[in-house]
Design a protein around this ligand. Structure first.
Ligand code: PLP
Length: 424
């Protein structure tokens, strides 16, 4: 069965033929391919094409696909059963690893996805502060729970409009949306809602509209403002956690958030999320405190075993300098190719994360990101795909590199991407 046949069958039974919307290729055009196997840096499609993969399952696969160490850990755990519904030893080991890796986390609770992690962290921040409103930044993605699916306000102080049908306007009113990198807007949001802001949640390096970096001092400003205002600072490191450093952006930037949300890499390719932080706040969770949060499969032994193996590999291999070298190689290739073509472009990169904004002007927030040429990106995407390189199927996503890209894969991919830019 090839991709086209599978997609036709899928569309009969699954809305849009996919279980997560961006997979449907709507923003770049065309139909998605199906993958039957993945190994290292490579996906093998149902049509027997081999593609060098810069999606890396949207972040988790930092050690490459089907990594033998992670696979062996899952197989070993599988011998003992798939779920117990009681505490298991893996959970304790995982908690110890997280607390050791992430400087601000004193206590941690496991869940099953990044969405659950951010949703629960926000409930906890509200329960802890006894305040209802939250501040988020436009363009920051924190999963698909109601109060977070809001990013567009008509001005810095307007309360958010839901991005999705089905989110009550009354929920959206509790979410104040401000532009990233805009200190005055954050201060004004506090002034307009005195004593009502429970938390600020942000991706410290926003990477769900392409990659945007904070301006110097911005994260420190947020830290100090939250402390002054008695609000909880939540770093959503679902994407950046363990990817840029063992301790995430907070380690790189030397900022201590009150709560941190984690996901993606922490599951080693299985569905996992986690949130943690100051013990004083975490102890407000049930069964110790009044904030309810639960999960039938939370701390699942297979998922914990996979995640523990992935984290331990990061500790033994310390791949961050190597990954940054690969990231720079890609960034320099993209920048040089755009320059040679006379194409205005931004090529942000940090460690193993990079993106390409086909936009002559600097990108510092959601609004400037959206000025990029998404149609031209669609052509770039398809030229890369024809050449055997798979990028995220949207102009507003971040690309990921794994340790398995080192060597031939990265060289070949750079050649294909440069060739694609030359043809635009
Ligand atoms: C992916 C992502 C989420 C959501 O995680 P899921 O596991 O898809 O629910 C939340 N926050 C950030 C920053 C993410 O990148």
């Amino acid at each position: 069965m090839n991709s086209q046949q599978l997609f036709e069958r899928a569309q009969q039974l699954i809305p849009g033929g996919v279980n997560s919307p961006v997979r449907a290729f709507r923003s770049v055009g065309g139909a998605p391919f199906f993958v039957k196997r993945a190994q290292g840096a490579t996906l093998v499609t149902a049509d027997d094409r081999e593609l060098i993969d810069f999606v890396c399952t949207w972040g988790p696969a930092i050690h490459g696909h089907n990594n033998p160490v992670v696979k062996a850990a899952i197989a070993k755990a599988l011998e003992c059963g798939t779920s117990f519904g009681t505490p298991n030893p893996y959970e304790v080991e995982m908690a110890e690893l997280i607390v050791r890796f992430v400087p601000s986390i004193q206590k941690v609770r496991m869940c099953n996805s990044g969405t659950e992690a951010t949703m629960s962290a926000i409930r906890l921040a509200r329960g802890f502060t006894r305040r209802d409103k939250i501040i988020k930044f436009s363009g920051c993605y924190h999963g698909h729970s109601d109060s977070l699916l809001i990013k567009a306000g008509s001005g810095a102080l307007t309360h958010g409009n839901p991005d999705s049908a089905g989110v009550p306007a009354s929920f959206a009113r509790e979410t104040v949306v401000v532009p990233f990198n805009d200190r005055a807007a954050v201060e004004a949001a506090f002034d307009a809602n005195p004593g009502q802001i429970a938390c600020i949640i942000l991706e410290p390096y926003p990477a769900n509209v392409g990659l945007i970096l904070p301006e110097a001092g911005f994260l420190k400003f947020l830290r100090e403002l939250c402390t002054r205002q008695g609000a909880v600072l939540i770093f959503d490191e679902v994407m950046t956690g363990f990817r840029l450093a063992k301790g995430g952006v907070q380690e790189l930037e030397g900022i201590t958030p009150d709560l941190t949300t984690l996901g993606k890499i922490i599951g080693g390719g299985l569905p996992v999320g986690a949130f943690g932080g100051r013990a004083e706040i975490m102890d407000h969770l049930a069964p110790l405190g009044p904030v309810y949060q639960a999960g039938t499969l939370s701390g699942n032994p297979l998922a914990m075993a996979a995640g523990i193996a992935a984290l331990r590999l990061l500790e033994t291999e310390n791949p961050y300098a190597r990954l940054d070298t690969l990231g720079r190689q890609v960034r320099d290739t993209l920048a040089a190719a755009c320059k040679a073509k006379g194409l205005g472009a931004q090529t942000p990169q940090v460690g193993s994360m990079f993106s390409l904004f086909l936009n002559p002007a600097p990108v510092r927030d959601f609004a400037t990101a959206l000025q990029s040429d998404a149609k031209l990106f669609g052509r770039f995407f398809h030229l890369c795909l024809e050449g055997g390189v798979y990028l995220p199927p949207s102009a507003f996503e971040t690309c990921f590199i794994s340790t398995a890209h080192e060597g031939a894969a990265i060289d070949r991919a750079c050649e294909v991407m440069a060739g694609a830019i030359a043809k635009l």
